[in-house]
Design a protein around this ligand. Structure first.
Ligand SMILES: O=C1O[C@H]([C@@H](O)CO)C(O)=C1O
Length: 573
């Protein structure tokens, strides 16, 4: 080989390596309302580039995503949150209105530019008002870099984005929730799998006890189920993410075991189940073996758990390609476990432990925060509160406020780190009145934080609900779940050896969940119940760490409230 050829080769190798290492993927996302038929009836939904759900983003570890998001809504702002992406070094791209950035005005474009640093199954969704409930969501999948293989084998994969759908639009829902007395949104009308469901018919009417007629779908309709076509005797990876407004779901495939291998972008010790619970904000990968009778098709079902359901199952078909997809399965769809069979849910949740080799939590924490979740009233409005503070977001986003040390943009008194030790979690609050607030839990950069989420009885009557809590900017280790009130001794039962890493964790009715994380990501991060109406009613808190280390925040993220005025006065605009 001549020197010249060697030189060209080296350059080529360098460029190839560079392009593999640091690929930038550009997307243009136009957010708009559009008329669609997600459940066979016509509705106005929020979508992207004419699609509902929005386009799937597929990238490789280390890629930079550059998403030019244009707000094509006529009269309201928007933002998009990249759920599960930690935004290391780019906290302004987390897509939380009033927290990490100003909402993007109609007609304006905001560039979300961030690195996807870990493989996994993620999704994105609106994080302004209740826009997620309008349908502003899509999948985000990060693959291992080319040439690297997963530790498990699979021959093909499917991606299922689960959601629940309401016939009242999100504005009407917001107004009802903020009214006096509060008007609850009720249960969803339809469950959607990849944006498809059936409201006025059932694809399994022949098999189940229903008044709904059998659907007469040809397959090309917008609401026709997306069929999973498989070959016999193969292994498939099914990615599952839930972006529901309210519903906790249970997914099952008749006759097929699900081997859980990933949760929220983290590998878990594989385990096999007949059905899987998934709460809003969570994601999983399961493997299935297509080792069943290849002359049959099988149902895939999702059904509501945790609340008394009033919504039919969402259904699609696992089609063995050996036969036509239009052949009906020979038996009814899987029966969703009873909505109030909490033990079933707890058993599933406790099976999730970290895959060997996953970094484990520090043995101790620097600070413990106990967060009591209660439903309260405020001047006759119904609210959800954390340590008796119901979150109402400020007009100036926190990130700019804290970075520029602005006064009077939010409550500078930090919220309480605990609640009265005699609080009776098993009964409605003795004093139902709450406070409205927007203070911040400020952490030292690198501090190890324990959060104990404590559930309690609702405002009136006897009952306690499921709340899936989602943390922005970090994964946390789930140290344990317990029934009743958290006691000092419970700490001894923490799992410090196989604690799974996640970004969303559920608190069970009348129970507690313990989490640990390192506050090592400079920024301001929301931590909240992922149930859309609950967040709207104040069920969240704000964490911040190392904001002085945050590099230049794009002007556009700051162009509102007091930070906007600051720029205006400095002649920036
Ligand atoms: O926040 C909620 O309010 C209702 C109910 O508690 C009052 O109508 C409900 O089921 C919620 O989850």
């Amino acid at each position: 080989m001549s020197l010249n050829t060697l030189f060209v080769c080296c350059i080529w190798l360098y460029l190839f390596h560079y392009s593999v290492e640091a690929r930038v993927r550009h997307y243009n996302f136009d957010v708009e309302y559009m008329i669609k038929k997600p459940d066979c009836l016509e509705h106005v939904v929020m979508g992207i580039n004419g699609q509902f759900p929005g386009p799937t983003i597929r990238a490789e570890v280390g890629d930079t995503l550059d998403i030019a998001l244009t707000n094509k809504l006529h009269t309201e702002g928007t933002v998009i949150h990249w759920h599960g992406i930690r935004q290391v070094g780019t906290p302004w791209a987390d897509g939380t209105a009033a927290i990490s950035q100003c909402a993007i005005n109609p007609g304006e474009t905001f560039h979300y530019r961030f690195i996807v640093d870990r493989p996994g199954t993620y999704f994105y969704h609106g994080h302004y008002g209740m826009q997620r409930a309008s349908g502003l969501y899509g999948s985000l999948i990060v693959d291992l870099p080319k040439g690297q293989n997963e530790s498990f084998h699979y021959d093909g994969e499917f991606n299922l984005l689960l959601s629940d759908f309401y016939h009242t639009n999100s504005h009407e829902q917001e107004v009802g929730l903020s009214s006096k007395p509060m008007r609850w949104i009720g249960e969803p009308q339809t469950l959607l799998i990849n944006g498809r469901g059936q409201f006025n018919c059932s694809v399994a009417a022949k098999f189940i006890n229903t008044t709904l007629p059998q659907c007469k779908l040809k397959g090309g309709e917008e609401c026709a189920p997306q069929i999973l076509h498989v070959e016999p005797n193969k292994t498939y990876r099914i990615r599952i993410a839930s972006t529901t407004s309210l519903a906790s779901l249970n997914l099952a495939i008749s006759n097929h075991k699900l081997i859980v291998v990933e949760a929220d972008g983290n590998y878990v010790q594989p385990f096999s189940v007949d059905d899987l619970d998934i709460y809003s904000g969570e994601s999983y990968s399961v493997l299935i073996n297509t080792d069943q009778n290849p002359k049959k098709n099988y149902w895939l079902s999702i059904g509501v758990r945790g609340r008394k359901p009033n919504t039919p199952q969402g259904l699609t078909i696992l089609n063995y390609k050996t036969i036509s997809a239009s052949v009906f399965p020979s038996s009814p769809p899987p029966i969703t476990p009873l909505w109030n069979d909490l033990n079933h849910s707890k058993t599933f949740t406790k099976k999730i432990i970290a895959k060997m080799g996953t970094p484990q939590p520090p043995e101790t924490s620097n600070r413990r925060i106990l967060l009591l979740n209660t439903q309260n009233s405020f001047n006759g409005f119904t609210k959800w509160s954390i340590n008796n503070v119901s979150l109402t977001l400020p007009t100036t986003p926190y990130l700019g406020s804290i970075k520029f040390k602005l006064n009077n943009t939010f409550d500078k008194n930090p919220p309480p780190e605990t609640f009265p030790s005699d609080y009776d979690i098993f009964n409605p609050p003795v004093n139902p009145n709450t406070n409205i607030g927007n203070g911040v839990y400020m952490f030292q950069l690198g501090e190890v934080i324990d959060v104990i989420l404590q559930n309690a009885n609702q405002l009136s009557g006897n009952g306690s609900e499921i709340h899936p809590w989602h943390l922005h900017g970090h994964d946390f280790w789930v140290l344990g779940y317990g029934d009743g009130k958290f006691n000092e001794g419970d700490e001894k039962k923490f799992n410090l050896t196989h604690a799974p890493l996640r970004n969303t964790a559920v608190i069970f009715p009348y129970g507690w969940t313990a989490l640990r994380f390192r506050a090592d990501n400079p920024g301001v991060w929301a931590f909240h119940c992922h149930i859309e109406p609950h967040l709207h009613m104040g069920m969240g808190v704000i964490f911040a760490e190392g904001v002085d280390k945050v590099k230049k925040i794009p002007d556009q993220a700051l162009a509102c409230g007091i930070t906007g005025k600051m720029f205006f006065n400095q002649g920036h605009y």
